[in-house]
Design a protein around this ligand. Structure first.
Ligand SMILES: Nc1ncnc2c1ncn2[C@@H]1O[C@H](COP(=O)(O)OP(=O)(O)O)[C@@H](O)[C@H]1O
Ligand SMILES: [Mg+2]
Length: 223
C-alpha cells in the first residue's frame, strides 16, 4: 500500500518559488488501478515522480507499506526504485540507437541474474507484448503503439509490482490508446498496482478509481 500524507512540493526560491503540491493526501491500495486526472500544470508529473522516488517531497510523509520512503538515502531510494517501480512515459523514453530488445534489457544491467535468465525474461516479455517481429527494430522504425509496448516490457523486466504511467496514451491515436489500456488492465489483473496519470476521461474510466488533482490538491472523483 502506498500512503502519502500532507505532501508538499515547492520548486525554486524567492520570486521563482512555485508550490506544485499543496498538501496531497492519497492512499493507493496494492493491486489497485488508479487514474490521476488533472489539467496541464496541475502537478500530475510532480506527484508521480514523488511516488516513483525520482523526486522527494519538500515536506510530508510517504510510505510504501511501513517503509518511510522520503527518509531513505539516495542509494536506498535507487535500489528500491529499480526493484519496485516500472515507469511508462508519454514519449516512450527509449534509447534511439538501441533495438527494441536492447531497450528492454536496459534495467537488467543492475540485476544479478545469469545471461541465460536475462535472455529468457526478455524473450517472454517480447512475446507477451507481441513484439516478436520487431525485436531488432530501432524506435524510429516502430509505430507509437509498438514503442509503448517496448516501454511497457522494459518497465516489467525487473518484475516491477507497481507501474507508474505518465500520460501513457497521450501520443497515440484512440484505437492504439485502448490497446495499451487493455495491456495495462491485464497487467493489473495479474496483480500489479497500476497508476495512470491522464487528462483523458475515456482513459481514466478504464481504471477502478479516479482522483483529480487541481492546483496541487487531490480530490476524489466519481467513476
Ligand atoms: N523542475 C521544475 N522546476 C520548476 N517548476 C516546475 C518543475 N517541474 C514542474 N514545475 C511546475 O510545477 C507545476 C506542476 O507541473 P507538473 O507536475 O509537470 O504538472 P502536470 O504534469 O500536471 O502538467 C507547473 O506549474 C510546472 O511549471
Ligand atoms: Mg505532466
Amino acid at each position: 500500500m502506498i500512503t502519502l500524507k500532507n505532501i508538499h512540493k515547492t520548486y525554486g526560491k524567492g520570486n521563482n518559488r512555485l508550490e506544485a503540491l499543496k498538501g496531497v493526501d492519497l492512499t493507493i491500495n496494492t493491486g489497485e488501478m488508479l487514474a490521476i486526472m488533472g489539467a496541464s500544470g496541475s502537478g500530475k508529473t510532480t506527484l508521480l515522480n514523488i511516488i516513483g522516488t525520482i523526486d522527494r517531497p519538500t515536506s510530508g510523509e510517504y510510505y510504501i507499506d511501513s517503509v518511510r520512503m522520503d527518509e531513505l538515502s539516495v542509494k536506498e531510494m535507487a535500489v528500491f526504485r529499480n526493484r519496485v517501480f516500472g515507469f511508462v512515459m508519454q514519449d516512450y523514453s527509449l534509447i534511439s540507437h538501441y533495438s527494441a530488445i536492447k531497450n528492454i534489457m536496459l534495467p537488467l544491467h543492475y540485476i544479478k541474474l545469469s545471461r541465460a535468465e536475462k535472455k529468457l525474461r526478455v524473450m517472454r516479455l517480447i512475446e507477451a507484448m507481441k513484439l516478436e517481429n520487431r525485436k531488432d527494430a530501432l524506435p524510429s522504425q516502430m509505430s507509437g503503439g509498438q514503442k509503448q509496448r517496448v516501454a511497457i516490457a522494459r518497465a516489467l523486466v525487473n518484475d516491477a509490482n507497481i507501474l507508474l504511467c505518465d500520460e501513457p496514451t497521450g501520443a497515440l491515436d484512440s484505437v492504439t490508446a485502448m490497446e495499451i489500456m487493455s495491456i495495462l488492465k491485464k497487467l493489473n489483473s495479474e496483480g500489479r498496482t497500476v497508476v495512470i496519470v491522464t487528462h483523458d476521461q475515456s482513459i481514466a474510466k478504464k481504471c477502478d478509481r479516479i482522483v483529480e488533482i487541481k492546483d496541487g490538491i487531490i480530490f476524489n472523483k466519481a467513476n
